[in-house]
Design a protein around this ligand. Structure first.
Ligand SMILES: Cc1cc2nc3c(=O)[nH]c(=O)nc-3n(C[C@H](O)[C@H](O)[C@H](O)COP(=O)(O)OP(=O)(O)OC[C@H]3O[C@@H](n4cnc5c(N)ncnc54)[C@H](O)[C@@H]3O)c2cc1C
Length: 188
């Protein structure tokens, strides 16, 4: 059977999601002065055991409540801007394709219909530009500003996007996007 053509997108999303979770966990630990169990690596099984809530505590935990449209928006922008920050300077053809597909899929299945419909419209007038890391970050910043404007929010200065959304602090380049190596296909 042929491989699912969206598999690379899902694999990339999973890796980025794991990385973001690790970063949030690090921020949480630094705010609460908790010590990490052993390692912040999501692949270390011990990191998921000792600091987790007991089963009955989960309903008392504020983070177990349904998220608001605003929280969902902030989380999604965090994911997208982080992806853009991690995007390679010289992406492969597959990586460019993945980003375009990701945006198209997001505009269809984003779990807020009003937002998804608006996003579809914004994408139509601002097609994805993913030729390089700088191009993708600036395009996304502009796109976010279009959404900001429609919601009456202030315009973000896009020359400051790299300062706001830096690359993930990951050892041994473990957060690099899949397919980002010098030996990869780098067709224009
Ligand atoms: C694709 C998409 C479509 C959406 N459509 C709607 C909609 O139609 N209606 C609706 O009510 N909500 C929508 N939202 C949610 C909305 O955009 C906000 O996420 C939400 O209102 C919370 O806003 P916020 O002020 O906390 O900051 P957010 O807009 O969530 O931004 C988070 C952080 O990103 C930074 N930031 C802000 N602007 C930029 C930029 N241009 N470039 C880089 N960084 C920036 C700031 O530091 C900010 O604190 C949408 C979200 C997404 C992801």
């Amino acid at each position: 059977m042929s491989e699912n053509p969206l598999k690379p997108v899902f694999v990339t999303l999973e890796r980025i999601s794991n990385s973001i979770r690790t970063q949030f966990r690090a921020v949480h630990l630094s705010l609460t002065n908790e010590k990490p169990p052993v390692s912040l690596s999501p692949s270390n099984p011990s990191s998921t055991s000792s600091t987790h809530s007991q089963p009955n505590d989960i309903f008392k935990d504020k983070s177990a409540q349904p998220v608001t449209k605003e929280e969902l928006g902030r989380a999604t922008w965090t994911f997208l801007h982080t992806l853009a920050a991690q995007y390679p300077e010289r992406p492969s053809r597959q990586q460019k394709k993945d980003v375009k597909e990701l945006m198209a899929i997001l505009s269809r299945i984003y779990p807020c219909k009003e937002c998804a419909d608006h996003f579809k419209e914004v994408l139509r007038t601002n097609p994805v530009q993913a030729g390089s890391q700088a191009e993708l970050s600036q395009w996304l910043c502009h796109l976010h500003n279009v959404v900001n404007r429609s919601l009456g929010k202030p315009k973000f200065p896009c020359e400051r996007v790299d300062a706001r959304w830096g690359k993930l602090d990951c050892e041994l380049r473990l957060c690099d996007l899949q397919g980002t190596s010098d030996s990869e296909d780098r067709l224009p």
